[in-house]
Write a protein that binds this ligand. Structure first.
Ligand SMILES: Nc1ncnc2c1ncn2[C@@H]1O[C@H](COP(=O)(O)OS(=O)(=O)O)[C@@H](OP(=O)(O)O)[C@H]1O
Length: 398
């Protein structure tokens, strides 16, 4: 009886053209609802760190708007959450490097992020990456702990390296700095894993947090996660690095003392203040010593911050070899942008447009008294020599 009723209804439906259209509309609606449902699910699986960190920076009215507006919330779920082009700065100094009077950026954690909104706007317009798309369509891929980490050094060129590496189809990376092995270790490995993008078999998960290099506990913690983790250190002339570090702080706190006065404990005796983190970070040999207690040299790759600017493809070639990847990132990917004064990508990851790093990368440094620069060169020389010896590579800073 029921069966014949259904048959009858189906027959009636197929008989009338109006009803046919209605049925078609109904099917389309169901398909649309299914896609919407899948899309919300997909977006919800994207790592929330980047978005969350932006929320911190969102103006108050914006967050109020999101809290009150269910629609805005739904839209924010539907829009792709990008991982990339977060030119955030590393302005967190490891507590061990802080002193009450000398750490000028102690209250300045992530204080430079606002400068990068320009870049972020570009990210939001980018189409999802191919691997994201495949995850979207078949739900494949899973979040894995990173197999390779850029551990430093602050102001060495770590952002440039990570953004260049992301062009490689076999590398997926977190955009923001997780600071797991220094600040957020208590959150546990599952928290950390959850920040990672989904990867397919054979893809490498990466992150960069430049403060790890100077964090005493970091090597032991990373080794405890996996002894096989590959670590990459971008090193730069410690004197220029210190000035770059100071320039970053100065951009946020224009009233800080001069570089010259911060450099010395006592200007008359010429005694360098090694408790100032800007100076301390550049004693690479000392920090490396700590890493060598946990990692063999073969698992550490040193990238020259200088060569990353003068020959990005050359340095990227070495990094791809180190990671066991095919050399896909080559000269063809870069062009030198005269206005920026730095190499830029012809096509950023997931985009067809050229891209340079944001304005907090490649700042104009203040002029520093040449005598002070010379004094710092003399100070770093023995540490640099030791570092060249340890790494078997002369970086040419002296
Ligand atoms: N391609 C390209 N574009 C722009 N900037 C480049 C590039 N390659 C290297 N660099 C240098 O990177 C320096 C910033 O280093 P980091 O990204 O490690 O800084 S941070 O620690 O994450 O804040 C930044 O330092 P400053 O010049 O002192 O601003 C740059 O010199």
């Amino acid at each position: 009886m029921e069966y014949s009723l259904v048959c009858h209804n189906l027959y009636a439906l197929s008989a009338s053209p109006v009803k046919k259209k209605l049925a078609l509309l109904g099917i389309m609606f169901l398909l649309w609802a299914y896609m919407l449902y899948s899309c919300v699910g997909y977006c919800a699986t994207m790592p929330s760190l980047v978005v969350d960190s932006y929320r911190v920076k969102e103006p108050e009215h914006a967050s109020r708007r999101t809290e009150s507006g269910g629609r805005a919330d739904l839209m924010s779920k539907l829009l792709p959450r990008p991982q990339g082009w977060v030119d955030l700065e590393s302005d967190y100094d490891e507590p061990s490097l802080r002193t009450a009077s000398r750490d000028l950026s102690a209250n300045d954690v992530d204080g430079d992020r606002g400068d990068e909104w320009e870049d972020q706007a570009r990210v939001d317009q980018r189409s999802p990456e191919p691997s994201s798309l495949s995850s979207f369509s078949n739900g494949s891929g899973s979040k894995k702990l990173p197999q390779a980490i850029i551990i430093g050094v602050k102001k060495g060129g770590t952002r440039a390296l990570l953004e260049f590496l992301r062009v490689h189809p076999d590398i997926r990376a977190v955009g923001a700095e997780p600071h797991f092995f220094d600040r957020n270790y208590d959150n546990g490995l599952e928290w950390y894993r959850d920040l990672m993008p989904k990867t397919l078999e054979g893809q490498i998960t990466m992150e960069k947090t430049p403060s790890y290099f100077v964090t005493r506990e970091a090597p032991a913690r990373i080794s405890a996660m996996s002894r096989d983790t590959k670590v990459i250190v971008v090193v730069r002339d410690p004197v220029t690095r210190a000035i770059s570090d100071y320039t970053q702080t100065l951009s946020k706190k224009p009233d800080i003392p001069s570089f010259e006065s911060l450099t010395f404990k006592n200007r008359t005796t010429g005694l360098i203040d090694t408790s100032w983190s800007a100076i301390q970070i550049g004693i690479y040999a000392k920090h490396l010593d700590n890493w060598l207690q946990y990692f063999p040299m073969e698992q550490i790759l040193f990238v020259s911050g200088e060569r990353l600017i003068s020959d990005p493809a050359g340095e990227l070639g070495r990094v791809q070899d180190f990671l066991g990847l095919k050399r896909i990132i080559t000269d063809k990917h870069f062009y030198f942008n005269q206005t920026k004064g730095f190499p830029c990508l012809k096509k950023a990851e997931g985009s067809s447009k050229p891209h340079c790093l944001g304005k907090t990368k490649g700042r104009v440094h203040p002029n520093i008294d040449p005598e002070v620069v010379q004094r710092l060169r003399d100070f770093y020389r023995p540490f640099n020599m030791k570092f060249y010896q340890m790494t078997g590579h002369n970086f040419g800073w002296d």
